[in-house]
Design a protein around this ligand. Sequence first.
Ligand code: URA
Length: 203
Amino acid sequence: MGVMHIPGHTHQRPGEVSLEEIRSLMGNCQLCELGQTRSNLVFGVGDPHARVMIIGEGPGKNEDLQGEPFVGAAGKKLDALLGNAGLTRDEVYIANVVKCRPPSNRNPRPAEIEACSPFLREQVRSIWPDAIICLGNFASQWVLKTDRGVMSLRGRLHQQGHFVVLPTFHPAACIYHSEWQPLLEEDLRLLGAWLREHPAGEA
Ligand code: URA
């Protein structure tokens, strides 16, 4: 089956389609082969009107079992780091580029990303955040429509249409590369400063 277009939803105004509707459109999604091996589809969690949306790569083992993004080791790290941007987990919305766990945590494949993209796109339109934090290469490349790696994209805010975008390291990468953590913290502080300078409603 090819890429699914969400019927009638491509020209909706931002915020017009609720997250519940998007979730129910996904149903028991089998648009890619990850549908065969997942335990749970991990749709996303958080404030549906968040100023800041966080996009990761894909569910890991714990996320797959619990049906919620960033609940494992990378999630604990993320929670601990969010304060650098003056944020808490409760006030953001968290989703992933692919909604089902790639077996053995392999990279998501282009066809899987493509199959899942309409749903993430609709989530972004529904939430219509001011800013998007992209954790790692897959999210950064998806949002910024680029092949460049996060190493060359990080360290500054990007503007992508309506959205201010912060591409930065994936917190799981910082578990293995502890030298990247101060850079991730620095990136989050950049966004924190932007959020303070652009109060809600004035962004
Ligand atoms: N890593 C991700 O990219 N997403 C999750 O939800 C968990 C770990």
